[in-house]
Write a protein that binds this ligand. Structure first.
Ligand SMILES: [Zn+2]
Length: 320
């Protein structure tokens, strides 16, 4: 968690402790959540009664990962709708309620959720846990301070996410330990299988074509794992998008490197890449899921499915 957030939480905590002391109320911040007994009594909250842990996550990819571990023993929600990007999201009142009602709010961290400050100042008691803890960050190109948040695009990092989430769930609901560990083990086996499958698939792509060009340069962690160079019209969605200089740079790069195809994201305005493809005379080989899983019926409704879809599109686009 960035220091700024931790400070806000600390300040908030101190205010809460102070007000609890003033009113003589013990406060229930420290209470251990009891599965089956929702902590909040708000009748209009999104959580269902008697469902065990109620987990809020920042975006859909995390929700799917948590769902695989928690199974039927809890309820999982996500805040950023599918099809929207999670960098500069504007939380709506319903989001604050979901997060307030939750036993914990899982976020990616690595500075993905730039809107967390708004949540921290509006939601008092829910603990915010970054699930990417332990992943070695990759910096943004041209920046010494900013990190790239898209660690989930490397399935081996998702294994770290799973380990972090599993330990956190067990700490909140010790009676669920056996189930959480068993589910995590099975899911990690699937992630390892996915990792091996990706290696096998990309071996079809000639080495000189192993360059992924997207609107947002989001595949660095994937590139690091599987030996791809990655490029974007822009570096990250929260920066300026699609300036003439950015477009000219990528068009030139595609021509110079003779890159056979480029890709668009499901969560990004596609007009800029359309222009790049037209000017560079290359085709757009397909849509890629980066910052959200696919909608119902897309065949990419889960993290594993979205990664398989992405790899199939890369192979199709970059193999002659
Ligand atoms: Zn992104």
């Amino acid at each position: 968690m960035p220091i700024k957030q931790r400070t806000s939480l600390l300040v908030l905590g101190l205010i809460l402790m102070f007000s609890a002391a003033l009113t003589g109320c013990a406060g229930d911040n420290e209470a251990t959540p009891q599965p089956g007994q929702p902590q909040t009594e708000q009748g209009d909250g999104a959580r269902a009664d008697g469902e065990g842990l109620y987990i809020a996550t920042s975006f859909s990819v995390l929700a799917d990962i948590v769902q695989n571990i928690i199974g039927d023993r809890g309820q999982v929600e996500y805040v950023v709708p599918i099809g929207e990007e999670p960098h500069e999201y504007e939380p709506v009142p319903g989001d604050f309620r979901i997060i307030s009602d939750a036993d914990v709010f899982y976020v990616n961290g690595l500075d993905l959720e730039e809107w967390l400050e708004k949540i921290v100042s509006n939601v008092s008691e829910t603990e915010i846990v970054p699930v990417s803890a332990g992943v070695t960050p990759i910096p943004l190109v041209g920046s010494e301070e900013e990190t790239d948040p898209h660690a989930w695009l490397n399935p081996r990092h998702v294994i770290t996410y799973v380990e972090n989430i599993t330990e956190d769930l067990i700490a909140r609901d010790p009676q669920g330990e056996a189930l959480y560990r068993q589910n995590a083990e099975q899911y990690i086996a699937q992630l390892e299988e996915l990792d091996a499958w990706i290696e096998e698939q990309i071996s079809q792509i000639p080495e000189k074509h192993r360059v992924i060009v997207l609107s947002e340069n989001a595949f660095k962690y994937f590139g690091e794992r599987y030996g791809f160079e990655t490029e974007g019209i822009w570096e990250i969605n929260s920066h300026e998008e699609g300036t003439p200089q950015q477009i000219a740079r990528v068009v030139e790069l595609i021509s110079a490197r003779q890159i056979p195809a480029v890709f668009v994201e499901t969560t990004v305005d596609q007009r800029y890449m359309n222009r790049v493809a037209e000017e560079a005379g290359v085709r757009i080989a397909g849509e890629i899921y980066t910052d959200a899983v696919g909608p119902e019926g897309s065949g990419a409704e889960t993290y594993i499915e979205m990664m398989k879809h992405n790899v199939n599109v890369f192979v199709e686009g970059l193999t002659p």
